[in-house]
Design a protein around this ligand. Sequence first.
Ligand SMILES: [Zn+2]
Ligand SMILES: [Zn+2]
Length: 107
Amino acid sequence: MDHCCETLKDNLEYKCEQHNNNCPDSPFTYSPKVREWSIKLGDYWEYNGPNTLHTVLNFKFCPFCGYKFPESLRDKYFDDLEALGIDSLMEPEKVPEEYRSDKWWNK
Ligand SMILES: [Zn+2]
Ligand SMILES: [Zn+2]
């Protein structure tokens, strides 16, 4: 994934030894599945599990360089899965491989 600027890219890829990718020094997160850039809120670094859900606030613009991010694909993501007859929350194991990453839209 190409991000708009090095500063954001560095923040997204930052991993510290103590908190892995949940470091309070790096609150930025990118979700390729739904094409959303966000900032994690609250004491997220206290919870280190691999599937930890964070409260997040989505960005419309890059906080470092002002780049306008493309639209979130969250609605389309769930519409597509629904059209396939899959409830991704109840049956996560049925979600097709390409819908587990950005493959379904980034072709
Ligand atoms: Zn940027
Ligand atoms: Zn840290």
